[in-house]
Ligand binder design. Structure first.
Ligand code: FMN
Length: 453
């Protein structure tokens, strides 16, 4: 467990992310997602609030499950239009010193050599402030755009992801020795060839001889995030992730997930205490309870029910337009995101959700708990999650942009700091040190990436 509470801003380089309809809220600036100055402002504010990182979700493809076409997704701006988040990082890094950047990349739709190079480059340019959110993706439409016959089944996606990570680990951790670069003008040697190894990887999905094209970056392997929620996905996360993004609407769901994950981490020979847990949360804060409640009501009034159902239909690969609004959601094992399904069918056995209730609840931040109140009330709740539930931090989900972030930083962070829950100053210089403590710029020795080739 961490010494203090860590914070990520969970966002997307798009108009709408997980609070569908909020772009209509008076003053909302989501349309500025194309504007570099919007993101540099976000970076400055997040760093002022002591955030560890800005965490970017990302998808390829479009939400076309709802009603069998993409018209709702286009009309309501559901994660479309969106731009690639990685290109925002240099601009945001330029105006900050310690803030990290978690980039979502799909192991299903990229190649590990290419990805290892991209993330090494960003880790160099940011002095070690990069995390890789490893996803296997879920939209059928993404596969079609990339010329594939269809979405791979989940088992195959995770098998490919395992091999993908083996290639990345070999390139990041085992290809270049720390002292390979000599830069010796007298000897005419820039890099000592005896200290740079090929990786000669030949697997079922990838063949990569190497060596890595980049010299070692400050963290070598970027901080590894994952959000696997199916049985196979949890095993993948337990093997690879240093931090997991928990997507459960109830405390009970979060606790069960954490217990299960710690057992799985131990089975992979890793210290179960070393994995960090970040539930998503939607804080809605006001100077008084009345102001906070009024904000909550006005946010709820903007929820776009159709749009939210279209987003969820893509998450779980089930056309919710085909169901009666008062029909109960029945559990299925989905090839898309199991966590979203489980949030409504498993996280609380005493509650059954109708389609209508799911749409109302998920309209603000998707499947995470919503906390409404004064800075004091919200800090009480955060303190409870940190000290009683044992989480390491939160992925803060936005409703209105940038007000959800600025409200949080200006109102809640001072209260969290006064309680010693959020640090006053960053520790270390890399993102891994920010999360796991100074001196921990590199992966722990019990991580599988450190096993010899
Ligand atoms: C909280 C959370 C966030 C996710 N974010 C993304 C994302 O940004 N992009 C993406 O392609 N997939 C994302 N995924 C989906 C995962 O990539 C994965 O494909 C999917 O969850 C299926 O695996 P699972 O059932 O084991 O979770 C996310 C899943 C969860 C639970």
């Amino acid at each position: 467990m961490s010494d203090y509470l860590h914070l990520n801003l969970f966002t997307m380089n798009s108009v709408e992310h997980v609070s569908i309809g909020s772009w209509r809220y008076p003053g909302d600036q989501s349309h500025r997602y194309r504007d570099r100055s919007y993101w540099t402002e976000v970076a400055r504010t997040a760093e002022r609030g002591g955030f560890d990182a800005v965490f970017f979700a990302d998808v390829r493809g479009i939400y076309d499950v709802y009603g069998g076409d993409h018209s709702t997704a286009i009309e309501k701006a559901i994660q479309t239009p969106s731009n690639d988040p990685a290109y925002l990082v240099p601009a945001m890094a330029e105006v900050t010193d310690n803030l990290g950047f978690a980039i979502t990349k799909s192991t299903t739709y990229t190649h590990p050599y290419q990805l290892a190079r991209e993330l090494s480059t960003l880790d160099h340019l940011t002095d070690g402030r990069i995390a890789f959110n490893i996803v296997t993706s879920y939209l059928e439409s993404a596969a079609a755009n990339l010329g594939l016959d269809g979405r791979m089944d989940k088992q195959t996606r995770y098998d490919r992801a395992d091999e993908f990570m083996d290639v990345c680990y070999a390139l990041w951790e085992h290809s270049w020795d720390d002292d390979a670069v000599r830069r010796d003008p007298d000897a005419g040697i820039y890099t000592d060839p005896s200290k740079v190894q090929s990786i000669d990887f030949a697997g079922e999905f990838f063949s990569v001889p190497g060596p890595h094209g980049c010299e070692p970056s400050p963290q070598r392997t970027p901080v590894l995030y994952q959000a696997g929620s199916s049985d196979r996905g949890r095993d993948f996360a337990a093997k690879n992730a240093e931090a997991v993004f928990v997507s459960q609407p109830t405390e009970r769901g979060v606790r069960d997930y954490m217990d299960d994950m710690r057992d799985r981490v131990a089975k992979f020979g890793r210290d179960p205490g070393s994995i960090a847990f970040f539930p998503g949360i939607v804080p809605i804060v006001g100077e008084t309870e009345e102001i906070a409640q009024a904000k909550y009501e006005s946010y709820k009034a903007q929820i776009d029910v159709d749009g939210t159902l279209a987003l969820l239909s893509g998450f779980i690969d089930m056309d919710l337009s085909a169901l009666d609004p008062d029909q109960k959601i029945e559990h299925i094992e989905t090839d898309a995101i199991q966590g979203t399904m489980n949030a409504f069918t498993k996280s609380d056995p005493d509650k059954e959700w109708t389609v209508r209730e799911v749409a109302q609840f998920s309209g603000l931040g998707s499947t995470s708990p919503i906390i409404v109140g004064t800075p004091d009330t919200i800090a009480d709740e955060f303190e409870h999650w940190f000290t009683e539930v044992g989480i390491d931090g939160f992925n803060i989900k936005e409703v209105v942009r940038p007000d959800s972030l600025t409200d949080f930083v200006d109102l809640v962070v001072p209260e969290l700091r006064s309680r010693g829950l959020v640090r006053e100053a960053y520790k270390g210089s890399t993102l891994r040190e920010s999360i796991f403590g100074a001196g921990n710029a590199r992966l722990r020795s019990d991580h599988p990436a450190n096993q010899p080739l």
